[in-house]
Design a protein around this ligand. Sequence first.
Ligand code: FMN
Length: 170
Amino acid sequence: MSTDALAIINTRRSTRKFTTDPVVDADIRDLLEAAMNAPSAVNEQAWQFVVLSGKALEDYLKINSNTPKGALVAILVCQDLAAEKAKGYSVQDCAAATQNILLAAHAKGLGAVWTTVFPVNVDAVRRLLGVPDTVVPFSCVPLGRPAGPAARTGSRFDESKVHRQAWGGR
Ligand SMILES: Cc1cc2nc3c(=O)[nH]c(=O)nc-3n(C[C@H](O)[C@H](O)[C@H](O)COP(=O)(O)O)c2cc1C
């Protein structure tokens, strides 16, 4: 892995304040491509994505009060249960896809934050967006140009959380 990629991974931080600059469709496409290049169980790619803006995003923000306001666009990542080949694994596929969106956004100079949908807001989001029962809304990633620098950028590496050969091995 290039040092550039490591720098992107290690300096990514949540963005919760955005400028009013638009995020262009080409950027959204790049983020969706990054999401769909995530690893998935038996390569099942059991995900679907809903791009939210305008009224749909406004309505979504009413459901999860913990979602930062001010982003002009967001990507909702959904588990596609009908596409699962390994039962129960799409939750992990979607976590990997969500992380790829965050990293790709950071690489492009965009800010983003993973916000909770699964498990607490699944039904409300299904109702709001007409998502079928075979699809589980998993996470929502608001995106935009960051309005200011990230709050914390120090490394979180912690040797005490690393075990070698067996639990407690140093
Ligand atoms: C599963 C999950 C759910 C999260 N839900 C929210 C959320 O609803 N609202 C929010 O502002 N941040 C949410 N976050 C972002 C975390 O608060 C954030 O990643 C954490 O504080 C570490 O900060 P960092 O992203 O800047 O490294 C969530 C992150 C994860 C992984």
